[in-house]
Design a protein around this ligand. Sequence first.
Ligand SMILES: NC(=O)c1ccc[n+]([C@@H]2O[C@H](COP(=O)([O-])OP(=O)(O)OC[C@H]3O[C@@H](n4cnc5c(N)ncnc54)[C@H](O)[C@@H]3O)[C@@H](O)[C@H]2O)c1
Ligand SMILES: [Zn+2]
Length: 362
Amino acid sequence: MGRTVEVKLGARSYPVHIACGLLDRVGELLVEIAPCRRAVIITDDNVRALYAARLASSLAQAQIDSLVISVPPGESSKSLETLAHLYDEFARLHVRRDELVLALGGGVIGDLAGFAAATWLRGVRFVQVPTTVLSQVDSSVGGKVGINHPSGKNLIGSFYQPLLVVIDPDTLRTLPSAEVWSGLAEVIKYGFIADRSLYERVATDIRALAAEPGSSLWEEILARCCEIKATIVQSDERDLGLRHILNFGHTLGHALEAATGYNRLRHGEAVARGMVAALWLSHWLRAFPEEELEASLQVLEQFPRPELDDLVAREIVPHVAHDKKGTSAGQKWVLLDRIGSATVIQDPPAELVVQAAEKMLR
Ligand SMILES: NC(=O)c1ccc[n+]([C@@H]2O[C@H](COP(=O)([O-])OP(=O)(O)OC[C@H]3O[C@@H](n4cnc5c(N)ncnc54)[C@H](O)[C@@H]3O)[C@@H](O)[C@H]2O)c1
Ligand SMILES: [Zn+2]
């Protein structure tokens, strides 16, 4: 069947196609949207072994030559060193502006390849083929690209929209279970902030979704998440207002990641805990109803998480102040009035934040 979500951004508009088996049809989709003779596939060593040959053969069927550049898997590849390596390869291969850069992989590859494409020759055409839950529902849509600086995550970057996003839910079948759960945290986040029925569907089936990535239920859910992200991005492409609600659960989630040196929890695991804190704050400050709080907490308790017993709430909270999303005026927090209805508040009382962080650690 398949679904298509349009991201409507005037001259920078693009379709997001979602369907099982689409990996074998990327070539034909490109011929319609971005005809070219040659494409550079950027991927990581895990994804290369699984999917690069299939992508290349789909391009070959459409008379598009391809080259593969693979980098080591993991967050450490979102670095200036790896970026410099990509530029060296682009120079060696004489990559031109009428050619294509294709990101095949998770959010690390999308962010890195997208930033390389945005900056090489002031912009080479760019296509996303995301292969993790997180990248299929979040990072591949919306045009944020970038790398890390030794002093912080995602500090170097740009807004650069792709020409096309191709999502094949079948690729999730090879994803390690912990990565599936991590992505499910972002999925349920969309339900919390914008769509009560999405929340209910995911909450009811969360174990089945985690156990069977790529099933037909997934196609529908991925499409709904992309639709929500597209709507938010359309009204705030450059993250000056509404886009902030995507940060639900991320304020203390990021602080938890920072306090643990970014190596104890996956991003989604930290966000799941951050949402626990945000739900309590919503209850205390926005009269978020008790029965919704209890039901939501029960869902979030099903997410896997490492031991956090040695952590102290008061030591985590100061990391909030260093969050990149903060301004000199303070921190914005995303809270809920009801499931499906988010609101942004400025600097909740410090003591309540500590209490929420305690709930998050338990
Ligand atoms: N640009 C944005 O708007 C945005 C939004 C959210 C997150 N991000 C970024 O995304 C990154 C995290 O992305 P991620 O969670 O996708 O991590 P990732 O790209 O590191 O992928 C996770 C792991 O899964 C492996 N993998 C990927 N696809 C696979 C598949 N189909 N089968 C088997 N293994 C597979 C990868 O090799 C890697 O080891 C972070 O750097 C974060 O900052 C960006
Ligand atoms: Zn996130």
